[in-house]
Design a protein. Structure first.
Ligand code: WT7
Length: 653
């Protein structure tokens, strides 16, 4: 019934949209079929989007068998990713804007950086890194605000063959330190301060806290953004603007192998330790470029805006690598959607005549809550397409985005993908599919989704079915390994369902064969589109001296999608209090970062455990959801009375 209703509500693309689109319905069907029937032929052709220094002869060498997992694409080819994003465009579009930079404060001047300027800025940054001893294969951590230097730094690493690891500037010193240590970085690139929403984060202070005691061999390159006073670590710190004056603005790109790592990006899993997702050069770039062009129906001259931060994979693929590989104009926004007020996104769309706009459901819900007047004051006639990413979007938010922002004329692409996948895996294509509010809908070319029965692992055939989502075969943008821990890579993604890549998500295939993501099936929660391992928050909590034990679950949250609900058992003799609650909240913020801030802390004299001592999270989830009727079987609990206590105190939390 729901399926019928939702398919009746499908929004078919207009004739204008279809006429302009790179891919219409017939082309989607034939291209998709070809991509599955002959992946080698399909990807050999698609890989020509990229300029190869030495052309590849092998398309792919892939094995998903546990114990022998390896993923290689275009492995005997060589290229340089930065040259593909910059140099090859210079002859035809040297004076075209590559990056539009919109500062936090709308009164400050926006920048238009041409491809030629991008070239010289990236070369300078590359030469500065070289002068600091960075070479092929070395790791560089980038901890910067959303300023052009963040893109320069990423591309400079790519140019000289160094591997970057961008750490979101909202992460705490501890989280930063763990990542610097995890990838053994030689240099950290940061700024004095990061203005965001009218407030400044003292980034350099955070770096000092992260590095001061343990990292006296790590150089810190500091970009001047705010001009504020900063504390210096002696010779270990270098001002970027000073170093840049002493180097040339030309730096020849290194010839890299297709499978040389391009970047590491740390992301949460179901254990306490974030894992370093490794993406390599050739396949990643092909996939980022192709998806940016086709999913967003990008055409030459369009202005493309992805509102993510470069600290997440979305920013890597759809602010920097995908758009620039395509010679696009990409917009980089330093601020937040609600500063100076809730019209900012739409003001920026008007100011820069944005054609494609890509954001997260959490932002859409927050802005929807502020009322339509904030949208109606801006001229949004340049918009042709809207996109969302990061979490399932509820139909109310989808409809608002469609009607109030898109005026019913912009197709919405609801793109399902992951840090691990490098680029879009499922999404409707704007000229090919009638969209359904909340559906990620169709696999992208070369992607073979399967629904499995979670218990037996058997493939669930047919439509109108539900289960866990796996991908049956590789695609060029797939992550290759976990940095320094290939066994963990195999165990996380290939052990539960043999022979498949396991996404960690549940999904439904409706009566029409369209896919709907139902959310994570592991202990990962999705807070405002950001992934958070519940185990990470638990380890932060138990690291506090007054905490004996903690269990963390997600619960439905109107704006954030999911909120963080913590059950905390205190050490003997500790008294619960509101002050302690605040202390613990601040503690988690300082251990991980503000995005991990607990929404609810409930004091729990005991946690529901099985006789073997395993915490029954299913019950804790239900209590957090206020759903006491559906607790299920509690008979295996060692002490069923703890549940009554938790329910009784639910309201007080
Ligand atoms: C998880 C990946 C990759 C971009 C940002 C998040 C959820 C992502 C959707 C969507 C429903 C989505 C999944 C996925 N997710 N996009 N369109 N609809 N759920 O990257 O931090 O690696 O998180 O985000 O649960 O597994 P990430």
């Amino acid at each position: 019934m729901t399926d019928q209703l939702t398919s009746m509500a499908a929004h078919a693309p207009s004739d204008d949209v279809i006429a302009k689109a790179h891919v219409d319905a017939a082309k989607y069907d034939s291209m998709y079929a070809a991509s599955i029937a002959d992946p080698d032929g399909f990807w050999r052709e698609q890989a020509q989007r990229v300029d190869w220094i030495k052309p590849f002869t092998q398309v792919r060498d892939v094995d998903f068998t546990l114990g022998n997992v390896h993923i290689n694409w275009f492995a005997d080819g060589t290229l340089n990713v930065a040259a593909n994003c910059i140099d090859r465009h210079l002859a035809t579009r040297g004076d075209q804007t590559a990056i539009i930079w919109e500062p936090d404060d709308p009164k400050d001047e926006a920048l238009h950086i041409t491809y030629r300027q991008l070239h010289s800025n990236v070369c300078r940054m590359a030469n500065v890194l070289k002068s600091l001893g960075v070479g092929r294969g070395d790791r560089v951590v980038i901890y910067l605000p959303m300023i052009p230097e963040a893109a320069y730094a990423m591309l400079a690493c790519a140019r000289i063959g160094a591997i970057h690891s961008v750490v979101f500037a909202g992460f705490s010193p501890d989280a930063l330190g763990a990542r610097v240590n995890g990838c053994d970085a030689k240099v950290v690139i940061t700024a004095d301060g990061a203005p965001r929403g009218g407030r400044v984060t003292n980034l350099k202070d955070n770096v000092n806290k992260a590095l001061l005691n343990d990292f006296d061999d790590v150089t810190c390159l500091v970009v001047r953004r705010t001009g504020q006073q900063v504390a210096w670590r002696g010779d270990l710190d270098v001002w970027y603007h000073e170093a840049a004056e002493t180097v040339s603005d030309d730096c020849p790109p290194e010839e890299m192998n297709a499978e040389d790592p391009l970047f590491i990006l740390y992301t949460s899993g179901s254990t306490g330790q974030p894992k370093g997702v490794v993406h390599t050069s050739g396949g990643y770039l092909v996939y980022a470029a192709m998806t940016q062009q086709i999913t967003f129906d990008y055409h030459d001259g369009d202005i493309f805006w992805c509102s993510a931060d470069v600290g997440w994979v979305t920013g890597h693929s759809y602010i920097v690598y995908g758009p620039l590989a395509n010679g696009a104009t990409t917009l980089m926004f330093e601020g937040v959607p609600t500063y100076p007020d809730a019209s900012r996104f739409w003001q920026v769309c008007e100011k820069h005549k944005v054609n494609q706009f890509y954001t997260a459901p959490t932002a859409i819900r927050a802005l929807m809550g502020q009322g339509n007047s904030f949208v109606e004051g801006s001229d949004l006639s340049s918009l042709r397409l809207l996109g969302t990413v990061g979490e399932p979007i509820n139909p109310e938010a989808w409809n608002w985005y469609n009607e109030v922002v898109g005026k019913g004329k912009c197709p919405i692409v609801d793109t399902w993908w992951q840090t691990e996948t490098g680029g879009h895996m499922m999404t409707p294509l704007p000229g090919a599919h009638a969209t359904k509010p909340g559906a990620a809908q169709k696999p992208f070319f070369g992607v073979k989704p399967l629904v499995l029965d979670p218990a037996s692992g058997a493939v669930v055939e047919g439509n109108g079915v539900e289960g866990v989502l796996v991908i049956a075969d590789s695609w060029p943008g797939q992550m290759r390994t976990v940095w320094g821990d290939h066994a963990r890579f195999e165990k996380t993604y290939f052990a539960d369902y043999k022979g498949y890549y396991f996404s960690g998500d549940g999904c439904r295939r409706d009566a029409d064969g369209d896919y709907w993501i139902t959310g994570r099936v592991d202990d990962v929660i999705n807070v405002s589109g950001h992934r958070m391992g519940t185990a990470e928050v638990e380890s932060a909590l138990v690291a506090h001296e007054k905490v004996a034990e903690a269990a963390v679950v997600g619960f439905p949250h109107d704006i954030k999608g999911q909120g963080i609900y913590c059950y905390v058992t205190l050490m003997n003799g500790q008294e619960p209090s509101d002050e302690l609650r605040t202390e613990l909240r601040n503690w988690v913020r300082s251990e991980i970062g503000p995005i991990a801030s607990p929404d609810v802390i409930q004091w729990a004299p005991g946690l529901p455990k099985t006789r073997s001592g395993k915490i029954m999270r299913r019950i804790l989830r239900k209590i957090a959801e206020n759903d006491f009727g559906a607790l299920g079987d509690t008979s295996t609990l060692a002490d069923p009375s703890v549940v009554d206590d938790l329910i009784e105190n639910r309201a007080k939390a």
